[in-house]
Design a protein around this ligand. Sequence first.
Ligand SMILES: [Zn+2]
Length: 327
Amino acid sequence: MSQAPHLSISSLKRAGVGLLLWAASSLVMAADPEPAMKVEQVGPHSYYVQGLSQLGSTKNQNFISNAGFVITPQSVVVIDALGSPRLAERLTAEIRKLTPLPISDVILTHYHADHIYGLQYFKQLGARITAHVAAKEYIQSDTASLRLEASRTDLAPWIDDKTRLVLADTWINGPTSLKIGGWVFEIDHVGPSHTPEDLTVFVPNEKVLFAGDLFFNGRLPFVGKANSSQWILSLDQMLKHDATAVVPGHGAASMDPKKDITMTRDYLKYLRTSMGAAVQDFVPFEEAYKATDWSAFEATPMFGFANRMNAYNTYLLMEEEALEKKR
Ligand SMILES: [Zn+2]
């Protein structure tokens, strides 16, 4: 091959090379490459990988959420286990490029499928799993089993008969300070917001906060059925850490947490005040939505997609809260 550039290439040979290239590229396509996994550094010894903003599928291995890791002087602590055992294996391979230290712990921000299906891989490596006790009932429920059963079809072959739901080894209840590898990991229970068991993990040595699904950087959140008054308190609690980087459960990390967390918090507050006032004055939702000035948030990504639904869900929540108060 080293002589190839010196040869004069006949048209026949050119056709041959073209055919070879074509065959090679179709082979690659047939193998369906795994989605890229790129490690990003967010602190002196802190990193994360960013999942795709897609729905989980066979093609993306369910790589739709983030996972973080911190290399302490003695071991590696992983935050969230990714959406399939294969992804956990791939994350471990990435960690191995940086350190030979053992993965001693996995801390889960919450027990949603896309953050936990990789657990069994870390468990088999001997890692201790820590989560909030509020998830214990759910993970042993029929709902969780049925979800896994459906994933065996939807996410095959990455989720299969061998994939199982893994319970935590340590269930914490309330704020907890874990000492791992000589470093402190401050765990706050910030639920029930996105889920009853929401946790955040702050590493003071690194000034890095792992925030799970309570914080979306650079876009509007999906409020869904979340308890937004608790969510606002959780965001206030996050601000107290004075972190220099925050890794969310989805999307890119924030390197300007004060500004980014404040935006999410103010948006939630605005939803509650504007929709709350409409409920108070018996203004129907449609009318209230049209009359509200959304200009402060219109330029934020996902506005067109999420704002109306967020406003509607908040309207319903404010109705519920008004009824509770009357009771
Ligand atoms: Zn999530």
